[in-house]
Design a protein around this ligand. Structure first.
Ligand code: 13P
Length: 249
């Protein structure tokens, strides 16, 4: 995966019709770039129509925002990793803070989802991040390390398969409060060091993205921070022009 990595998490926005319209207008202004990766995480229902509409743009990767860890069965409302693959996704977000804190997803469940993703050939993007009160108690490092270790615990070490990590401090998501580049670099350094224990010399190749109120104005400075290999963007990825200016930052 080429760096920087720009990932758009559309959350519960852009159903099939709007998602296809967005992608058509985006590809008309965004020619293939050989020095970066762009990933879209539309709602699951929009993945197949978007893949069909932009089949010629294999450079634009698609992912889903969540999967269940089981391959199939009586899990009403859920989708499996292999279904996501079948629809055209190659990446999956695991443990996004909204999954953890709105839907009560646990560290252990995130670990199972990472394993399920890998088995089905989806690249997991494991998300970690501390809440405001945890930061204020000085627990940032211990929280993100606990989430990272639990999320990767089911993979064999030394790990060499494709993997992405996203650091998204919960207090910065959708709040307009962004971590400073120095804040982000400090946490990314801790994550990189832990990845070395897990992935050995390949740790340097695992992209670590920052997310949380990224916009046109702060994208370049965040990307310039040490160990920040990409950006995971929510709100600012919903407007094609803003997203274009972030991905071409
Ligand atoms: P915002 O960019 O809207 O703060 O959302 C960040 C996020 O949660 C991306 O996954």
């Amino acid at each position: 995966m080429l760096r920087p990595v720009f990932a758009a998490n559309w959350k519960m926005n852009n159903g099939p019709t709007a998602a296809v319209e967005f992608m058509r207008s985006f590809i008309s202004v965004y020619p293939k770039q050989n020095d970066r990766t762009v990933i879209f995480f539309p709602p699951a229902l929009s993945v197949a129509p978007v893949r069909a509409a932009v089949r010629e743009r294999a450079d634009l990767l698609l992912g889903v925002q969540n999967i269940h860890w089981e391959a199939q069965g009586a899990f009403t409302g859920e989708i499996s990793a292999s279904m996501a693959r079948d629809a055209g996704a190659t990446v999956v977000l695991v443990g996004h803070s909204e999954r953890r804190h709105v839907f009560g997803e646990t560290d252990e469940e995130c670990g199972k989802k990472v394993v399920a993703a890998e088995k089905a050939g989806l690249t997991p993007m494991l998300c970690v991040g501390e809440k405001l009160e945890e930061r204020e108690r000085g627990e940032t490092e211990s929280v993100v390390l606990r989430q990272l270790r639990a999320g990767l615990s089911g993979l064999s070490a030394p790990h060499s398969g494709p993997l992405l990590i996203a650091y998204e401090p919960v207090w910065a998501i959708g709040t307009g409060k962004t971590a400073t580049p120095a804040d982000a670099a400090a946490v990314h350094r801790v994550l990189r060091a832990e990845l070395s224990a897990f992935a050995g010399e390949k740790a340097g190749r695992v992209p670590i993205l920052y997310g949380g109120s990224v916009n046109q104005g702060n994208a370049s400075a965040l990307l310039a921070a040490e160990n920040v290999d990409g950006l995971l963007v929510g709100g600012a990825s919903l407007d094609p022009n803003t997203w274009l200016s972030i991905t071409t930052a």
